[in-house]
Design a binder for this molecule. Structure first.
Ligand code: NAP
Length: 273
């Protein structure tokens, strides 16, 4: 196999953990290749992507702010990316871009591996937040069998937009009802930026949430957020956010390098450092 070039495009991009993940797997599998963080400003997106095609890149990940704009440059976008409304992974073939999204896979795979007997389908799932990550997570939950999702967001219009795409399954609740809607839920996930180091705390009362519910947070700095600490204190299973980041990278790596890698404790420690 010849030298394979891949990377992640975004703006800014210096904070990205993706090079650590992919270069770890390149070394682990003894492959010839390299994965770089590539800063492309929004006004240079087409020229920046054309340069990657000219340089023979196998593909790239896409992060903020390009996840929607990249649609227009793709020759084809698969059903998953269309349903989520964002592309996070591109394969370059014969100079053309093929877009997909691996975030839903990453989220569900992580929860299934980390939590025992998690119940997505018999009881409602509650999703806090209606941003980009929430769209992928809701798609993943529906694919995993969720029958009812209660979605709440500070800006209710954004939650209503997401619900209108999945109108039989997603119900919208007001943000100030976020503690009450936990009554009878089987699964709760925080997809907002609240609770992250340097951001405001997430204020929520978990007393209505059943003791056998599973609670997940996609914020991973800190790894055990206040929400997860509170959930664990009540005896509930918890799932931290780092695994979503690691697992979403696996199918992308496979598309470019031809090997489906796995997530080791060593890799997790590297990324958290
Ligand atoms: P986004 O599209 O900007 O959405 C941000 C969400 O947070 C919105 O629902 C927003 O509500 C809410 N929010 C922000 N500040 C708030 C506040 N003060 N009060 C109430 N709600 C607030 O961002 P995203 O891409 O979905 O990412 C969200 C978080 O998930 C980030 O912390 C990101 O680092 C993390 N993330 C983790 C992974 C992973 O692999 N673990 C993957 C993706 C994202 P409004 O709509 O009202 O503004």
């Amino acid at each position: 196999m010849s030298f394979v070039k891949a990377g992640v495009i975004g703006h800014p991009i210096h904070h990205s953990k993706s090079p650590i993940i992919h270069n770890h797997w390149i070394a682990e599998h003894g492959l010839e290749g390299d994965y770089k963080a590539i800063d492309i400003a929004p006004e240079n997106l087409k020229a920046g992507v054309d340069a990657l095609i000219a340089e023979g890149y196998a593909g790239f990940n896409v992060t903020i702010p390009h996840k929607q704009e990249i649609f227009k440059l793709c020759a084809e976008v698969d059903e998953t990316a269309k349903a989520i409304g964002a592309v996070n992974t591109v394969v370059i073939r014969d100079g053309k871009l093929f877009g997909t999204n691996t975030d839903a896979f990453g989220f569900i795979e992580n929860v299934k591996r980390e939590a025992f007997g998690v119940d997505f389908s018999h009881r409602p799932c509650v999703v806090l937040g209606a941003g980009g990550a929430a769209r992928a997570i809701i798609h993943g939950l529906i694919e995993a069998g969720a029958q009812k999702i209660i979605l709440t967001n500070r800006t209710i219009e954004k939650a209503q937009d997401v619900a209108s795409l999945n109108n039989n399954i997603v119900e919208v609740a007001a943000w100030d009802k976020r503690s009450e809607i936990l009554d009878g839920a089987g699964f709760l996930v925080n997809t907002t930026a609240l609770g992250m180091t340097g951001k405001e705390p997430l204020t929520i009362d978990l007393s209505a949430l059943p003791a056998d519910a599973t609670v997940s947070d996609i914020v991973y700095a800190p790894l055990t957020t206040e929400l997860l600490a509170q959930a664990r204190h009540g005896g509930r299973q918890i799932v931290t956010g780092i695994g979503m980041l690691l697992h979403q990278a696996r199918p992308a790596f496979e598309k470019w390098f031809g090997v489906l890698p796995d997530v080791s404790a060593e890799l997790e420690q590297k990324v958290l450092r």
